[in-house]
Design a protein around this ligand. Structure first.
Ligand code: DQA
Length: 144
């Protein structure tokens, strides 16, 4: 299965950014580990700090190019109707992920604009949130 991970704004700084919340490892290190753990799957990775570029990537992979999307939209999660519409427009199932438990944090992080267009939401497990999302996509594919 082709799985497209999409990371939004500021997630390029993982490892340096607020390590008490997001951990001290880089996403690239984690990705290497994840690909080794799922050698039979093709795990693609894209990161952008721009809302429009995230939307373009969802359009690009959302009609068959990927079997599933794992999306951490960062702060756009809480603001972007455009990302919600993009997820609604495509066919590929998406899972919303967050490294931190957004519900334990500031009130503005409790609201997600994109959850309604996602298969499910996984948050609060550190980078393992992404692995859990991959598991959920694989389990779904197996059921179908
Ligand atoms: C985040 C949570 C968001 O509220 C925040 O803006 C991020 C990262 C997370 O992975 O925990 O950039 O999506």
């Amino acid at each position: 299965m082709k799985i497209q991970i999409i990371n939004g704004p500021n997630l390029n700084l993982l490892g340096k950014r607020e390590p008490g919340i997001y951990g001290s490892g880089t996403f690239e290190e984690f990705l290497e580990w994840l690909r080794k753990r799922y050698p039979a799957e093709e795990i693609l990775y894209y990161q952008s700090n721009s809302e429009g570029e995230l939307i373009d990537k969802i359009h690009e992979v959302g009609f068959g190019a990927a079997g599933g999307i794992v999306l951490n939209a960062g702060a756009y999660t809480h603001t972007s109707v455009a990302l919600l519409d993009a997820l609604k427009a495509v066919e590929t199932p998406a899972i919303e992920v967050h490294i931190s438990n957004v519900h334990k944090r500031e009130d503005f992080r409790h609201k997600s604009m994109i959850s309604a267009a996602c298969m499910g939401v996984i948050c609060g497990f550190g980078l393992d949130s992404y692995r859990l999302a991959v598991e959920a996509l694989l389990a779904k594919a197996q059921r179908e």
